[in-house]
Design a protein around this ligand. Structure first.
Ligand code: CS2
Length: 439
């Protein structure tokens, strides 16, 4: 039996604390993967539970129909399993109302963005989803496809303008340095090329706040779904599994109304940069290093790699001696405590987080996770032994039998095969643009 709004819930499962049928959709979320369902949708569910109404989420998948097939037959409902070393708990999230697939019905997505009740269009499309060229500009040819996020958002905004509606907040929730500014620049590139009559309206009516998003969400497995079914007594194809920790720091720069996320744990701040930089260079930097070094030593999961006494000190130094000194901490931001907490989170034995999941899209992740730190130290004549080891492990990974899931997979494999690999990856005009030069 499939989970639906009719499913009787066991007492141990927390249910949405509001009337789902009476909520308008205030948010269109593009890229409704497991991360969004375990993070922003949970904050939004909490906000509606605390009395903040009409923030239902219309989810959008750009191409794949998988999430729509998981959630739509379940009235948008799904469970989040929070796994701590001490045990796990299950709750039902009601914030998502339905999932649209842009590749199948782009009009429905445009209409959702243009709806008068919509105030926020948020995104988790992963690093590569932004279609950036190495120089940071928009890949204009890639951005014209029918299920391009730029095309959809632009059509939705044009419809809002034509209807005399206000603009929206475009909220990037991806692991990019300066994600808000990146999105604004790419939207402007798109508009300048394809819809310049909307440029001034976009600048005056829409904002792109920066965000730091943090929660570890491993891909859901069949075993996870079976464990949920055993508690729920119904099949949840949309189940997500995550850790207890969750953090969301948002630049307080909204174009219009927004949920009162700050009442349910999010931090609304003037400057996200110190949090975002710490997260990218310490958490994500350590994660990617754990992935390539750990896989090279035969580990499968993050908690196994961090328990390896040869790997743990490398990661510890990466965070404390290499990444932390590059960060201009905000008042009250304690980077040593952050590193301590991260080591604990990585060690969580209840969370089976596969290293191969983190290893994907290295070409898109490594610049903001490792290379900015390396460049900072290089400019000061200093070396980073842990990050250099991580780079060597990435090259070894590219040369190994592991499948390479990366938009540049073929070029990376070819570059890694030669003796001049470092030059081809990181040299002038190399595959990965950065200020760091290997020596
Ligand atoms: C991970 C992130 O897969 C990856 O690359 O480093 O998804 C990480 O788990 C999240 O950013 C944690 O907030």
């Amino acid at each position: 039996m499939r989970l639906t709004s009719q499913t009787p819930l066991p007492a141990s499962v927390q249910a949405p604390g509001y009337d789902r049928d009476r909520q308008a959709a205030g948010i269109v979320h593009i890229g409704i993967g497991a991360f969004h369902r375990a993070h922003q949708a949970v904050y939004t569910d909490d906000a509606m539970g605390a009395g903040d109404r009409n923030w239902g989420i219309v989810g959008v998948s750009l191409r794949s129909g998988d999430v729509a097939a998981q959630l739509n037959p379940q009235d948008g409902l799904y469970t989040v399993s929070t796994r701590r070393a001490a045990g796990s708990e299950l709750r039902l999230i009601g914030a998502v109302q339905k999932v649209l697939v842009a590749g199948e019905d782009p009009r429905a997505v445009i209409d959702a963005i243009a709806a008068p009740t919509t105030h926020i269009v948020s995104l988790t499309v992963t690093e590569k989803g932004y279609l950036r060229r190495p120089d940071g500009s928009l890949d204009l040819a890639a951005a014209v496809g029918t299920s391009s996020l730029y095309r959809l958002v632009t059509a939705g905004l044009a419809a809002r303008k034509a209807a005399g509606l206000r603009g929206v907040t475009l909220l990037s929730c991806d692991n990019l340095a300066g994600n808000g500014a990146v999105l604004r620049r790419l939207m402007r590139d798109y508009l300048a090329a394809y819809q310049s009559d909307l440029s001034a309206w976009f600048d005056g009516e829409c904002t792109c706040p920066a965000t730091m998003i943090d929660r570890i969400v491993p891909a859901t497995t069949d075993a996870d779904r079976a464990a949920v079914e055993a508690v729920l007594g119904a099949r949840d194809e949309g189940a997500v599994v995550t850790e207890g920790f969750s953090q969301w720091v948002i630049e307080d720069d909204f174009a219009g109304p927004r949920p009162r996320w700050e009442q349910v744990g999010a931090e609304l701040v003037a400057d996200v940069a110190p949090y975002e930089t710490a997260k990218l260079r310490m958490l994500n930097g350590a994660h990617s290093a754990l992935a390539y070094i750990g896989l090279g030593r035969g580990h499968e999961f993050v908690h196994q790699a961090i328990a390896d006494s040869d790997i743990c000190p490398v990661i510890d130094r990466l965070m404390r001696d290499e990444a932390a000194p590059t960060i201009d901490a905000a008042p009250g931001q304690d980077l040593a405590a952050y590193a301590d907490a991260l080591l604990g989170r990585f060690a969580n034995p209840a969370l089976h987080h596969r290293l191969i999941q983190i290893a994907m899209d290295g070409s898109q992740k490594i610049p903001q996770r490792w290379l900015e730190t390396l460049a900072w130290h290089q400019a000061r004549g200093q070396r980073c032994p842990s990050l250099e080891l991580a780079i060597a492990a990435w090259v070894a990974f590219l040369r190994s039998d592991h499948p390479i899931d990366d938009p540049l997979a073929d070029k990376l494999r070819e570059a890694a095969a030669g003796a001049d690999v470092m030059e081809r990856l990181f040299g002038d005009g190399g595959l990965i643009a950065s200020d760091w030069r290997p020596t």
